[in-house]
Design a binder for this molecule. Structure first.
Ligand code: UGB
Length: 432
């Protein structure tokens, strides 16, 4: 049996016979009825979508509040106190990667001279996070508060700039290591490209905009064979993805300088070493293996030529970082608008005295009083370059950069720290 509606409005047009006006009325009514049904459906779908989105928002914010290690009145108080400037004309500096090797040293040096410092670090497990935690404890004894978070977290960055008007950002958070890029390429894109852009976005939006000093790398020289390496030399032949992401960082920061008036200083660090260093680096892992009686793999270049690095001691690098901060001109924009040209600088921070890897091993043997078991192999195609050698005349001219620690002296200090921290058998770290 047909329904009432079917009776009134048969589904097959033309089957209904009636007068013209009646017919017209029916069509208008039908049209109106289908429009209102559609309208009701649309309303229903909008309501459904809105409630889904608000539920998602609730879940997101709920999980953020449940899992976030930042936020709240007490947290803001700690931020402000750590960022407090204690000297006339001092800075308030956001140090990213503050629980890292260079980051921890720079943070302490800034705090010591009376600058305000807030650290940011994600404590990832690229190498033993307990070493990062120990550095964090050390920083806390100096009054430096470290926020646990990622440079990719735009909300966190916005909040940091909301609470503190940072005059400078020392951006050292990165995925380091040349050879690890073959194991985990995406971590380099995540930290060195995406993280950098997120940070620059936050800096460009900040009012006032901070001046930015950040860590590039000697590896950008890649296959360049003109020595010593000068800032104007070719950097378009990277030998590793790590180098490529650092080179990309130099271009990305340039665009932010150009468009938004951010003051940018990129520092090309040359194989930095010293106490509280990175366990993935050769001098550190060689020390551990030598002490444990394990063999070490020493790479050798083409035609049996030894590899060489312009090893640079951490204290010299710290002086270079502070000199860069002191001479960085101001950013000119605010709230995302450029108001004039701002400085864009790049400096080599090296030692200008390359040493071969076998010589590095011999120095360690002397300091450790243990003979290394050397396993010499031809350098695999893993992104390494045969040598590095910095021309540092630009940094010397701009802020009097002058490295004073040779490898022999620097490794002695490293070994002293290593033994006090891990002991002879790389047992449990001594508590600081
Ligand atoms: O200046 C930089 O910008 C980079 O410096 C550092 O890279 P590199 O100069 O490669 O230092 P590092 O790994 O200590 O190897 C040193 C030498 O030992 C050789 N090497 C290494 C390991 C090994 O098992 N055997 C070996 O012979 C190796 O072939 C090399 O010749 C930082 O790690 C990097 O993050 C980046 O900051």
């Amino acid at each position: 049996m047909p329904s009432l509606e079917e009776e009134l409005f048969p589904s097959t047009p033309g089957k209904f016979k009636g007068d013209r006006a009646h017919n017209m009325n029916r069509q208008v009514y039908r049209c109106f009825a289908s429009t209102s049904t559609m309208f009701l459906w649309a309303l229903f779908l909008i309501a459904l979508t809105a409630s889904y989105l608000s539920f998602q928002g609730f879940v997101d914010s709920g999980s953020r509040y449940l899992s976030a290690s930042w936020g709240g009145i007490n947290w803001e108080k700690q931020l402000r106190s750590s960022a407090q400037i204690q000297r006339h004309g001092g800075f308030s500096v956001l140090v990213t990667g503050a629980a890292g090797f260079v980051g921890s040293h720079v943070s302490i040096a800034l705090k010591r001279r009376g600058d305000g410092v807030v650290g940011l670090d994600n404590f990832n497990d690229y190498y033993d996070p307990s070493l990062k935690r120990a550095r964090k404890s050390l920083l806390e004894t100096h009054g430096v508060f470290i926020v646990e978070g990622d440079v990719n977290d735009a909300k966190l960055l916005a909040k940091l700039f909301d609470v503190v008007a940072f005059s400078h950002v020392m951006h050292l958070a990165a995925q380091a290591g040349v050879r690890y890029a073959m194991v985990n390429p995406h971590s380099y894109v995540h930290s060195n490209i995406a993280g950098l852009v997120t940070l620059l976005e936050a800096c460009k939006n900040a009012d006032p905009q901070p001046a930015i000093v950040w860590a590039s790398s000697s590896s950008v020289y890649g296959l360049n064979d003109k020595v010593p390496f000068s800032e104007a030399d070719r950097t378009d032949q990277p030998a590793s993805l790590y180098a490529a992401t650092k080179k990309a960082g130099e271009e990305i920061t340039h665009s932010y300088n150009h468009i938004y008036g951010l003051s940018i200083t990129g520092l090309r660090f040359f194989t930095v070493y010293g106490p509280w260093g990175r366990p993935d680096m050769a001098y550190f892992s060689f020390t551990r293996n030598i002490l444990q009686g394990k063999s070490i793999t020493v790479y050798r270049g083409k035609n049996r030529v030894d590899l060489a690095r312009d090893f640079t001691y951490i204290d010299d690098i710290v002086k270079g970082c502070l000199g860069s901060l002191d001479t960085a001109g101001k950013s000119t924009g605010s709230g995302g608008k450029k108001r004039g040209p701002a400085p864009y600088r790049i400096f080599n921070l090296g030692n200008t005295s390359p040493v071969t890897v076998p010589t590095l091993v011999s120095i360690l043997e002397r300091h450790l009083k243990v003979k290394a078991k050397r396993n010499i192999v031809d350098m695999p195609g893993n992104g390494d370059v045969p040598f590095t050698h910095a021309n540092i005349s630009s940094a010397r001219r701009e802020f009097g950069y002058k490295p004073t620690t040779d490898l022999q002296t620097g490794l002695k200090k490293f070994v002293k720290w290593y033994l006090s921290y891990y002991g002879y058998n790389h047992g449990k770290p001594v508590n600081y």
